[in-house]
Design a protein around this ligand. Structure first.
Ligand SMILES: [Zn+2]
Ligand SMILES: [Zn+2]
Length: 341
């Protein structure tokens, strides 16, 4: 493209490739189902789960997110010049770390907190009141901590609710950009760093394989912030992109005990039943979960990631660090949530 072109347009070859059934690079969320579907899955997973109360609380958060997204007001989004500039630089157009946030995200935060308050008790109620009474500086500082992976100054009790509002805001912006600049304009495309979201630059929460559609079995990384999914070929480390030294671990549910199965090939007989595996990389020591929607179409990356916390504990015992973050389940380990010190 020429330097004075303002926005990237798909080439004839790309349009032909898409029509030929090659996997789409990017899958965007659906406004009406992204959070409602998550809420439903969280409730389903909560039944008989050791994290029952937390999963039910997060289901209420997701329902409040659904309402906030449906009524989100119009906010500034990148124009064609900004989209073109991001494309030329190989950067995400809605970079979470330096996008100038519109105050509307705080209104969504208040609406979510107000919606949760009547049923909240104990520590949750105290955290919600801290949000509702918090001044702009406090809330913006908490947002900065979350979006920059600063766990040291993060208020962990408030974090899931603050993150919920930021997820709604970013999901809204991604959908709004796509509405304003539909194909063949390529508002979002490949960026320089394939390990983070091409729309907002955030880490993935997990990866999921496609159950159906044009290209079943394709693997997508699910953004922890804006709910977009981007394609990454399977058996590839999501942190260092190595294709060697990749192994898979899962909890062997068939034995009715949470026994880790040994490192195994992705399609080996012992791993075939597992719907969720940790894809570990020998080279860089990172892992990300892969959720097999072709084995269980109900899998939802944020919900199932929380519910499979035991797998994280087992893999981390072996010294593996997670590539990725679940903003609904953060731990105050005093480090960045990217897994880097
Ligand atoms: Zn994103
Ligand atoms: Zn790696």
């Amino acid at each position: 493209m020429t330097t004075n072109a303002t926005v990237r347009i798909m080439s004839a070859e790309e349009i032909t490739a898409n029509a030929a059934g090659e996997p789409a690079f990017l899958l965007l969320p659906q406004r009406g189902t992204v959070f409602a579907g998550r809420a439903m899955r969280l409730r389903q997973l909560a039944q008989g789960h050791t994290l029952h109360d937390y999963l039910v609380l997060m289901a209420s958060v997701a329902l409040a997110q659904d309402q906030a997204l449906l009524s989100f007001p119009s906010v500034p989004v990148p124009d064609t010049a900004a989209l073109g500039q991001a494309s030329r630089r190989g950067e995400p157009p809605l970079a979470a770390c330096d996008w100038p946030r519109d105050p509307a995200w705080r209104n969504a935060l208040h609406a979510i907190a107000q919606r949760l308050l009547p049923e909240a008790a104990g520590a949750v109620r105290i955290a919600l009141q801290r949000i509702l009474e918090g001044d702009t500086n406090f809330l913006e500082q908490q947002a900065d901590c979350l979006l920059n992976g600063d766990m040291v100054d993060l208020d962990l009790a408030c974090a899931p609710v603050v993150a919920a509002a930021l997820q709604v805001y970013w999901t809204h912006m991604v959908l709004e950009v796509q509405r304003l600049y539909p194909p063949p304009i390529e508002a979002f495309g490949r960026i320089g760093d394939a390990t983070v979201c091409p729309c907002c630059g955030s880490l993935p929460v997990a990866s999921v394989t496609q159950a159906a559609g044009q290209t079943p079995g394709q693997r997508y990384l699910a953004c922890s912030l804006c709910s977009s999914r981007w394609n990454m070929v399977r058996i590839t480390c999501s942190h260092c992109k190595s294709t060697e030294g990749i192994a898979y671990q899962s909890l062997d549910l068939a034995d009715d005990e949470a026994q880790p199965s040994q490192a195994q090939a992705e399609g080996s007989p012992s791993s075939r039943r597992a719907t969720i595996q940790a894809e570990t990389c020998e080279r860089c020591g990172h892992y990300l979960k892969i959720m097999h929607c072709e084995r269980d179409a109900a899998l939802e990356p944020v919900a199932d990631d929380i519910a499979s916390l035991t797998l994280d504990l087992l893999v981390s015992q072996e010294g593996m660090q997670r590539h990725g973050v679940n903003l609904m389940l953060l731990f105050g380990d005093g480090t960045s949530h990217s897994g880097e010190p």
